[in-house]
Design a protein around this ligand. Structure first.
Ligand SMILES: [Zn+2]
Length: 234
């Protein structure tokens, strides 16, 4: 959540054509990516991964990043309302202010090869991140995110401290939890980052529910290696 201004009207995108982003021309920069932000945002609300204005998403192409704006529910995004920034955070286009969590998105792009970032306050991610320092691999699908998932220490939203904690927690992983806050997943595109965020939420839910009826078995390194070897055989 953030306290950003929610007033104002998004205008329809002028000359909304996919001209490849990056360079000038008459169309919007990152037009296709901004459309995709709207689509992915809608799906995140529809599937219950985010509520209201919680959570934010971004996508990178080359030296440009399109990010969801602050104070707008993710199912209410418009392409023109999604700001386009350079990697230093300078806003180049867009009718609204970038999400307050933009420093975290930019820090992730700076240190990883990710092309998309999805951040949620999904319920089970918050439950786990508020009680544990890591999510152990309870199911072999955790390998898709890098196995054990770290919980980045708490820091106030939107701060460089939080961005640094999350960047460290993501090292070698496709996802991380954020203490008393939520989750973040990265990917080669928004679809993949969304899948990662959904998988992480599912893993957190499974873990919490397993704890209700007993002490869950956590997959050993040996068991995880066997999965990797099995997958390599096709
Ligand atoms: Zn947040």
């Amino acid at each position: 959540m953030n306290g950003e201004d929610v007033r104002g009207e998004d205008r329809p995108a002028p000359g909304d054509r996919s001209d490849g982003g990056g360079g000038g021309g008459g169309g919007m920069r990152l037009a296709r990516e901004r459309e995709e932000l709207c689509e992915i945002g809608r799906r995140m609300v529809e599937t219950g991964l985010v509520l209201g204005t919680s959570g934010n998403i971004s996508v990178r192409r080359g030296d440009l990043v399109a990010v969801s704006p602050g104070g707008v529910a993710l199912d209410r995004l418009t392409p023109a309302g999604c700001p386009v920034l350079d990697l230093s955070g300078t806003v180049l286009e867009g009718t609204r202010k970038p999400s307050s969590e933009t420093p975290m998105h930019l820090a992730i792009y700076e240190s990883t090869g990710a092309a998309a970032v999805v951040h949620t306050h999904s319920q089970y991610a918050v439950v786990v991140s508020s009680t544990m320092s890591e999510l152990p691999p309870i199911h072999y699908n955790a390998l898709l995110l890098g196995g054990l998932i770290r919980v980045a220490p708490y820091a106030t939203y939107g701060t460089p401290e939080l961005a640094a904690h999350v960047r460290a927690a993501l090292e070698g992983k496709q996802a991380a939890l954020m203490a008393n806050h939520g989750a973040v997943a990265v990917g080669a595109g928004l679809e993949q980052a969304l899948e990662g965020a959904s998988l992480l939420e599912w893993l957190c839910a499974v873990y919490v529910q397993a704890k209700m009826i007993g002490e869950p078995h956590i997959l050993t390194d040996e068991e995880l290696i066997a999965v990797i070897e099995r997958a390599a055989r096709g």
